[in-house]
Design a protein around this ligand. Structure first.
Ligand SMILES: Cc1cc2nc3c(=O)[nH]c(=O)nc-3n(C[C@H](O)[C@H](O)[C@H](O)COP(=O)(O)OP(=O)(O)OC[C@H]3O[C@@H](n4cnc5c(N)ncnc54)[C@H](O)[C@@H]3O)c2cc1C
Length: 350
């Protein structure tokens, strides 16, 4: 077995791990990243073409700073590569006036437009907006791209000198050494960002793996499709059901997800919310969410040489570049650019 020495080794190069590798390499550290599949694969949590991007975060107010950091880093990376990692297409929030979908974007410090029920119905007749529901238009929100971004993070890290081991399974982590079938990588610091696989390495973390499909629906009448008719949305449809998604010109379809997944049938939800869409999806892709008990991420140290990033709870992609920067700051002992206590992975220990 070959023995290699690095400052830092990153286990798992999905959303969080690929970004950590990039931000660590940016600091001139010697780093290695290990990924069991190909870079930008479709077996974990970071595939399916698109993710919603929002600075207004219903999940926790402190997340806005992390989304903003992602936007800043992706914009800078895009200036180097010529790619666009976030399209700020705008996003429509719909819900009752006291719902999170309506209150949070207005309190997030981003410029938004408040829409009455009549205005939402007039602007988006394809959305079966319920009586009493209103809207908030957030022009700075939009769409980001999981496979494109993961590959871009890894490529950026490689340009900065990182060693990348794709299609390489991490078998064990013992002390400061990470073992693959052919390598033992000794490192001062280890970052474990193994997504649904994080529990395998740190069984004490209270994580729950939830298979979460993404579904694409076509209009009943194809002439009925345009991006303007199906802008990105987050919709508190009722007390029992939330919906999110967006139209895509790539496949002339609307991507729709619903929550909570254990009680909502996505096909029923689409039939209620979008009468002009065919109720059966034309494509469904399996994906994975790793939930923590409070639906916040687990990002931080669990020992003097191990830092974890996981528990994505279904809302992590928009934050991943910013989380990668936080991981680099945690590992190097730099001050973090925003509070991180709410993501402390040891918070459930008591
Ligand atoms: C259907 C769906 C819709 C979503 N929508 C949104 C959205 O609109 N907006 C948003 O911001 N977020 C969204 N998310 C959440 C977001 O996609 C996740 O938060 C994010 O992708 C999680 O990244 P991760 O790095 O934790 O996991 P992953 O990207 O899965 O990365 C973990 C990596 O570790 C690797 N690995 C595991 N074990 C090993 C091992 N032993 N050896 C080597 N490598 C290993 C895996 O192969 C994988 O590549 C959605 C998620 C799903 C499933």
């Amino acid at each position: 077995m070959q023995i290699v020495r690095k400052d830092v080794v990153v286990v798992g190069l999905g959303a969080f791990g690929s970004a950590a590798l990039w931000r660590l390499a940016q600091r001139g550290l010697t780093v290695a990243g290990i990924e069991q599949h190909a870079i930008g694969h479709d077996q974990g949590s970071s595939h399916g073409g698109t993710r919603l991007f929002r600075i207004a975060c219903m999940e926790h107010p402190s997340l806005s700073a992390i989304a903003l950091k992602s936007l800043e880093l992706w914009t800078a990376l895009g200036a180097q590569t010529g790619e666009t990692y976030v399209h700020q297409t705008g996003l429509l929030y719909v819900g009752n006036p006291d719902s999170k979908a309506i209150t949070v974007p207005q309190q997030a410090g981003v410029p938004v437009e408040l829409l009455t029920n009549t205005e939402v119905v007039e602007r988006q007749p394809q959305y079966n907006v319920q009586p009493g529901q209103i809207g908030v238009w957030d022009p700075g929100a939009g769409i980001c791209y999981p496979e494109l971004s993961v590959r871009a993070h890894v490529a950026a890290a490689e340009r900065l000198g990182a060693d990348v081991h794709a299609n390489t399974n991490v078998l064990a982590i013992e002390g400061n050494t990470v073992y693959t079938p052919t390598l033992a990588i000794e490192a001062d610091q280890i970052v474990i960002a193994a997504g649904a696989g994080l529990r395998h390495f740190v069984p004490d973390l209270p994580l729950k793996h939830t298979p979460t499909p993404v579904s694409w629906f076509r209009p009943k009448d194809s002439a009925d499709f345009s991006l303007a008719k199906f802008p990105a949305f987050v919709w508190d449809f009722s007390e029992e059901m939330g919906l999110w998604g967006h139209g895509s010109t790539a496949d002339f379809a609307v991507k729709v997800g619903a929550h909570p997944l254990d009680t909502v049938d996505v096909e029923d939800a689409v039939a209620q919310a979008f009468p002009s869409l065919a109720p059966k999806p034309f494509d469904v892709k399996p994906c994975h969410v790793t939930d923590s008990p409070d639906e916040q991420f687990l990002v931080g140290r669990i020992s003097d040489h191990v830092t974890v990033a996981g528990g994505d709870s279904g809302h992590g992609f928009k934050h991943c570049a910013g989380i990668g920067e936080l991981l680099a700051q945690i590992v190097t002992g730099e001050p973090t650019y925003c509070p991180i206590e709410f993501m402390d992975p040891t918070r459930f220990a008591s």
